[in-house]
Design a binder for this molecule. Sequence first.
Ligand code: G4P
Length: 287
Amino acid sequence: MQIQWYPGHMHKANKEIKSSLPDVDLLIEVLDARIPFSSQNPLLAKLRGDKPTIRVLTKTDLADPAITRLWQDFLEQEQAVKTLAVTTKHPDKIRQILDLCARMLPEKAAANKVIRTMIVGIPNVGKSTIINVLAGRIIAKTGNEPAVTKQQQRINLKNNIVLSDTPGVLWPNLESPYCGYRLAVTSAIKDTAFQYDDIALFALEYLLKNYPDQLQQRYQLPELAREPLTVLEAIGLKRGCLRAGRQIDLNKAAKLFLTELRAGGLGSISLETPEMIVVELMELATT
Ligand code: G4P
């Protein structure tokens, strides 16, 4: 998957969302539970107004449950927003979206009126997976090249709910450089200017502060160094990522570490908390 966000493309998506929104009763905004802020589309946050919105936090099997709970409370502070934390491991929870739609629009539901919903999310967040579970059949290809799924789909679901797909491809929150890194750590941005070792060092610095035990356990490190680079070298050595002359191959070690982190090999890890984001945004505003 290769995604580039150009001003022209953003302008087009902006226009498409703006023209679709008036015909929508309720938004289903899909966010990655590990990075609920970085995986938000900033335009949607502005255009939503107070339209009823379900923020679906996906991939919760990979996220820290305590932090997911914090995010749910934080996100629900906004008017007309409810959240659901889901994972493909429990499709029943994903299907609860439909009951929540009906509960959020009780008058329409009671009158048996059609509830028009639109599912929105940045590429790779898990949108197609949710569409397939809700539809009960495979209609959206997962792990797909985002630019290829161009035709906007409309699907009839139970509770008189009509679900339409995002028009266009939405970009993530790139407000701060940290967001870009976090998106890269989760592989939401797969092809960027980042180097593997850059992304791995960013992730290691965060893990050293927030999840040192998981790091130490996974790589059976007798001691945990304070420097991310030293830890990456230790991982490389442990896993035999070596070049000629027994030199540690940092790129190989970084790739291995990121692959394991992304697959949940280090346990359930969230990469941002509401508190961190508030501080980062304040810092940004003063620079
Ligand atoms: P998108 O439409 O928003 O672009 O996302 P999509 O559903 O294609 O999901 C992107 C990747 O995330 C897929 O993996 C999918 O399997 C994975 N995924 C979705 N939901 C969950 C979840 O709850 N937990 C975990 N662990 N993974 C999830 P992929 O490797 O890119 O594709 P595939 O080979 O699995 O189809």
